[in-house]
Design a protein around this ligand. Sequence first.
Ligand code: SAM
Length: 345
Amino acid sequence: MPAPLAPERVLVDAFGRVATDLRISLTDKCSLRCTYCMPAEGLTWLRKAELLTDDEIVRLGGLFVSLGVASIRLTGGEPLLHATLPSVLTRLAALAPRPELSLTTNGIGLVRVARQLVDAGLDRVNVSVDTLDRDRFRELTRRDRLADVLAGVAAAAAAGMRPVKINAVLVRGSNLAEAPALLDWALRHGYEMRFIEHMPLDAQHAWTRDAMVTADEMLALLGEYALRPIGHGADGSAPAEEFEVLDGPGAASWARRPGRLGVIASVTRPFCRECDRLRLTADGQLRTCLFAQTETDLRGPLRAGVTDTELARLIRTAVAGKQAGHGIDAADFVQPARPMSAIGG
Ligand code: SAM
C-alpha cells in the first residue's frame, strides 16, 4: 500500500474530497459549432495575451502535481488547435511524479498527429462522435467533417492510446435514436462508448430539463444489450457510471467481450460527493466546479511574479471552498456565465 501523502501534498475541500484530477483548457476556440454547445457564429474568443503561455501551463501543472494531482486532461475549446500541444505534453510528462495524460478532442486533425502525441506522452483520449451519419453530423456540428473525425479515432487506436473513449451527447430530434448504432460501432472497434446528459452549460442558454435526454432514457434505448453495472471507475470518482456490455446484437463481431459503456448523468444522477476534479481555464482561472459562479485568478498573481508557495496558498483556499454540489436542481440555480467550451469540458 503506498504511503499516505503528507497534508501539504494534498488538496482537500471542506467536505473531505481530495482533488486529484485537473482539466486544463488550452483554448476556448473550437473547429466545430455543435448546436447544443455554441451558436453558428461562434463566441467572442479570448485574446492571445489573455491565454496562458506554455511556460505558465507547465508551471501551474507542476504545482498542481506537487499538490497531489495525479491526472491531467487537456481540453478546450478544441485542444488540437493549440499548435504546440506535443511540446506541452512532453513537458507535462516530464513532471515528477508523472501525471497520467489524457485529451478530450473532436478528433479533427488527430489523424495527422496521433503518433506524435503518443510519443510526446499522451496516454489516452476521449473523442467526441455524436453521430455516424454524415448529414446528421453536418447538421449537428455545422461542419462536414465526419470523415476526418473517424480517421482521427482510428489513428488514435492505431497509435496505441488506450482506452479510446467516445463521447456523445444525445439530442432529442437529432441523434437520439442512433444510440444503439453508436454503441454497436464502438463495441465492434473496441472503443468505450460514453453517453452524456446535456448540461445547462450551452452558450445559447437554451437547455431545458424537459428536452434533455436522461440516463434512464438512454439505457432504455439500449435495452437489447445485457449490461452489468460496475460503478464509477476503479476509485469510484469517475464521472461515468460504467457498465460491462456482456451480450447484445452483433456480439460475435465485437473487438472484445465484455465491452464497456459509460453513462455520464451529471443532471439526473449527480456524482458531486465523489468529485475529484478541478479545472483551469485557458485564461488561467481555477474553477472547482463546472457550475461554480466564482473563479480564482491564478494568471494575475503568476504574471505579478508571486512564488509557488503563494500560488499554492491560492489553490488551497479555492479548493477548500469548493461547493458541495452543482445545485442544478435548486430553485435558485443560475447557469454560470462561461459556457462549457470556455470552461473546458
Ligand atoms: N472540443 C473537444 C471535444 O469536442 O471533445 C473538447 C471540448 S468539448 C466542450 C468536451 C465535451 O463536452 C464534448 O464531448 C462535448 O460534446 C461535450 N459538451 C459540450 N457542451 C455540453 C453540454 N452543454 N452538456 C454536456 N456536454 C457538453
